[in-house]
Design a protein around this ligand. Structure first.
Ligand code: ZN
Ligand code: ZN
Ligand code: ZN
Length: 377
């Protein structure tokens, strides 16, 4: 049953989208697969070759065009949008084009399939096009209380798994990375997520590759095991899920001094960056805090990716904490702080928390121990 509160949430979001469209001079927004649609309507479109598209004119009612066979999956919210089911043999692009009418500036969802965009370009020759993320990105980047609560539940769930990993309750030595990865994936669901999004397990020199794909490599005694995992946790009222994303490293046996030193620099850089993530601080400056400490600690150039990414309905969304993004953090921004140090052919480490910028300072949602845990089994 559609909840009244959820309908109000969606109606409020649609109002804010229309206000942002006016600010950006956008006449109509076209939203298809991707996270904008569920964030605005609670509906998750299947990524089909059949077109699902919400048409949001700046000054008229929103209409969702849905393949007829998908209509039963849409929770109707008449106050927010109308639903039009299109028949199997109809041409949905011309239906959308007719709804867009004479609108000149069109914002289209970043993840809309090219096949639909190409046809819409032809059907609306007079229009000028924008990415919808320019309008919706900054709105989705500011989480309301319920969204922060969703992120917190997701973070708590992966914190429990991280604690088991650090306690040695998840066997590592003698298992392959892929086996540990499926074990983590199972636990992510068992802890309440609706699905797992990824579970990176990188042992020894594989930990030098930030997005390593878990392999048949057997985990040995005396190496680092980097685990970076997350899933989507359901948020009851709106039917929309929020993501978790955490990285912790453990060492199978006593770590060599050289690695313990590297880890100490990394941990200091990570906690300092969390402290620096205050409202009003440019995103790039937070990145610079961690990077400066890693460079000065003797690992110059070995932190080879940005500091972090926004997180919400999607694992990666605005705001990005990266050199060049001088947008100041605002209260309600939720993002990862995940510096790493990667020594090719040898080892690597990363520590990642999800943090919310609040008026009272940075709030780390992940609280699993940040130290380098030594596991014997
Ligand atoms: Zn990543
Ligand atoms: Zn991660
Ligand atoms: Zn991340």
């Amino acid at each position: 049953m559609p909840s009244v509160d959820a309908t109000r949430t969606f109606a409020d979001r649609l109002d804010r989208v229309r206000a942002a469209m006016a600010d950006h001079g956008v006449d109509v927004a076209l939203l298809s697969v991707g996270a904008d649609l569920p964030w605005l309507t609670g509906y998750r479109a299947m990524p089909l070759e059949r077109l699902t598209m919400l048409v949001v004119p700046a000054d008229a009612a929103a209409t969702m065009f849905v393949p007829r066979l998908e209509v039963p999956r849409v929770v109707p919210r008449g106050e927010v949008f109308d639903v039009v089911g299109w028949d199997e043999t109809a041409d949905p692009v011309s239906l959308v084009a007719a709804e867009v009418g004479a609108a000149r500036t069109v914002a289209i969802g970043d993840q809309t399939w090219a096949r639909f965009l190409v046809d819409l370009l032809a059907a609306l020759p007079g229009a000028s096009w924008r990415r919808a993320s320019t309008v919706l990105g900054p709105l989705r980047a500011v989480k309301d209380e319920a969204e922060v609560e969703g992120l917190r539940r997701a973070a708590d769930a992966v914190d429990r798994i991280a604690a088991e990993l650090q306690a040695g309750a998840i066997p590592l030595i003698g298992r392959t990375e892929a086996e540990v990865s499926s074990d983590l994936a199972r636990r992510i669901v068992a802890e309440g997520h609706e699905h797992t999004n990824f579970a990176i397990v990188a042992a020894g020199s594989n930990a030098a590759s930030p997005h390593h794909h878990p392999s048949d490599r057997v985990i040995q005694v005396g190496e680092v095991v980097l685990c970076d995992f997350g899933g989507t946790y359901p948020l009851d009222d709106t039917g929309v899920g929020y993501c978790s994303d955490i990285t912790r490293c453990v060492y199978t046996g006593e770590p060599p001094v050289e690695f313990a030193e590297l880890y100490g620099v990394l941990q200091h850089a990570q906690s300092s960056a969390v402290q620096a993530a205050t409202v009003g601080t440019p995103a790039a400056d937070v990145d610079a805090v961690a990077r400066g400490l890693i460079d000065a600690g003797g690992y110059e150039g070995l932190f080879i990716h940005r500091l972090g990414h926004g997180i919400g309905v999607e694992e990666h969304e605005d705001p990005y904490l990266v050199d060049g993004n001088d947008d100041p953090l605002v209260a309600g921004n939720a993002f990862s702080i995940e510096p790493g140090i990667y020594v090719e052919g040898r080892w690597g480490a990363r520590i990642e928390d999800i943090v919310v910028a609040t008026a009272d300072g940075p709030l780390s949602l992940n609280r699993a121990d940040h130290g380098l845990a030594v596991v014997e089994a």
